[in-house]
Design a protein. Structure first.
Length: 152
């Protein structure tokens, strides 16, 4: 998934989360979600965040490869723990963004290694392929949802 689709889908999912839990999400949470939604791709040097973090991204990619540990169930568990144990809105949002990123990639053709480090097998429910029309449809749907939520 491209960074802009990760951001819009993660913001959409966070707003749905807010509605389901009857929780008002301040701007600091939404900013955290936006940042967290691109963070797992630090393991790809050509990604939006990878290009901005240079040596860190190269180091993470060298150690783990793309869609390795940063896209695993282990990271989801840490993010859930972080979300449940912080009173800082931005960090709560950051945790949600990371979770929503990995969930989004679960629906890609490439999948995610949810059980890493136990197995490198990738789990998926392939609904889209990165950069293809199917992803563009998801992006447009999430933009439409955000527009409706904020302006209707």
């Amino acid at each position: 998934m491209r960074y802009y689709t990760h951001i819009t889908t993660s913001l959409s999912m966070s707003l749905i989360y807010g509605q389901l839990t009857d929780t008002a999400l301040p701007t600091s949470v939404l900013v955290g979600v936006a940042v967290g939604s691109v963070l797992p791709d630090i393991d790809e040097t050509k990604s939006y965040i990878g290009r901005r973090t240079g040596p860190i991204s190269r180091f993470v990619k060298m150690l783990f490869g793309h869609r390795g540990i940063t896209h695993s169930g282990l990271v989801i568990a840490f993010a859930i723990f972080g979300a449940m144990n912080t009173d800082i809105d931005f960090l709560f949002g950051l945790s949600l963004g990371v979770i929503f990123h990995i969930v989004g990639d679960f629906f890609s053709k490439g999948g995610v290694p949810l059980l890493l480090p136990l197995t490198k097998d990738r789990f998926k429910f392939p609904l889209y392929r990165t950069g293809k029309t199917s992803e563009f449809v998801i992006f447009c749907g999430s933009v439409a949802f955000l527009y409706y939520f904020f302006f209707m």
